[in-house]
Write a protein of this length. Structure first.
Length: 347
């Protein structure tokens, strides 16, 4: 069969293939933050299998966490998005990619250990690369998104990352490439909060569009942002800990592949209040999910940062008190910090 294309005659099959390729590319670009959960999962899986010496195949199963976000996103999209034409095909493609690509990587990979400080340098550089990609996407999505996540979000991440180090829970002195004094956290990890906050919020924004009942629940939406981001962290932090990117205080017992429980609780407690404040601002200012953020709205989010930090601290202290007890290692570190500050103030 031949298709009439005015000046040029092309086979229908070729036209269909070109059209399918364009549609697939447009799909990935449009929903790139959701696809980043898939890309991160595959790249970090390969890192554990090939770049460590010895290899860390025991960390391979952790790829399931970000892959779950990717699959869940596309199952909901295939089920509820009105513009989707081939719903079953979309669902099966997402499931197939999330299953087959990791399995192929596990079955076929060539060890290429990165020696010395190579892994640490790669970690820092890659964070800036992914930040640039997400910043590009945020700028092209809607006005104000870049400032929301790489302005207000960066300020929030700066305070969170440096706060955790000052409180004594961990240190990142091995990440020397992007360390900027007098801050105690490297720029690479501070900007990491912008990346994951944008990725997780983008996913929840889309889910709120397709699930109206979720749109009416700002607290649940905020919690979903925190949980979605932590699903990625469940794969990142074991690898980062194994490479020495961050070192935990010796009093904190390992809970998940060398990472203490307090880390994952802190992620949920940190991101949920910021996201909740964001959804509340959207509701108050009539901003649609994924809509334009004006200067006034952005200013409100910057002013909301101190309140979000206080709420995050309260959630964290209550959560760790319930999980470990007030005599547990997390509260012990907080008490030690408080005692040191009081001693310094009193001279």
């Amino acid at each position: 069969m031949i298709s009439d294309t005015s000046e040029l005659q092309l086979p229908r099959g070729l036209i269909a293939e070109v059209s399918l390729g364009k549609r697939a590319r447009a799909e990935v670009v449009r929903f790139l933050p959701a696809w980043m959960f898939f890309f991160y999962a595959c790249l970090l899986l390969n890192t554990g299998l090939t770049n460590f010496e010895p290899a860390r195949p025991d960390l391979s199963a952790n790829a399931i966490f970000p892959l779950t976000v990717f699959v869940a996103f596309y199952l909901v999209r295939a089920w509820r998005a009105p513009e989707v034409e081939h719903r079953w095909s979309m669902a099966f493609v997402a499931l197939g990619l999330a299953t087959l690509v990791p399995m192929i990587n596990i079955a076929y990979h060539n060890p290429s250990p990165v020696t010395g400080r190579g892994l640490l340098v790669a970690f820092e550089v890659s964070n800036f690369v992914w930040a640039a990609v997400m910043l590009w996407h945020a700028r092209r999505a809607k006005r104000g998104h870049a400032w929301l996540f790489f302005g207000a979000g960066f300020l929030y991440g700066l305070l969170l990352e440096n706060g955790g180090i000052v409180l004594g829970f961990f240190h990142e002195t091995n990440l020397e490439l992007s360390m900027v004094k007098p801050l105690v956290a490297p720029a690479a990890t501070m900007i990491g909060w912008c990346i994951v906050l944008y990725m997780a919020t983008f996913v929840v924004w889309q889910l709120r569009k397709w699930l109206p009942q979720l749109r009416r629940q700002n607290a649940l939406s905020g919690l979903l942002v925190g949980v979605t981001a932590t699903m990625l962290d469940l794969q990142i932090d074991p690898l980062a800990t194994a490479s020495g990117a961050w070192v935990w205080d010796s009093s904190l017992p390992p809970w998940f592949h060398g990472v203490p429980l307090v880390n994952f609780v802190a992620w949920v407690c940190a991101l949920t209040p910021f996201a909740w404040a964001m959804f509340r601002a959207q509701e108050r200012l009539a901003i649609a999910d994924g809509g334009v953020w004006t200067g006034r709205a952005l200013k409100e989010m910057v002013l909301a940062v101190p309140g979000a930090l206080v709420m995050a601290a309260l959630m964290f202290m209550v959560s760790m008190g319930l999980l470990e007890g007030i005599d547990g290692p997390s509260w012990t570190l907080l008490n030690q910090f408080s005692a040191n500050v009081l001693a310094a103030v009193l001279g």
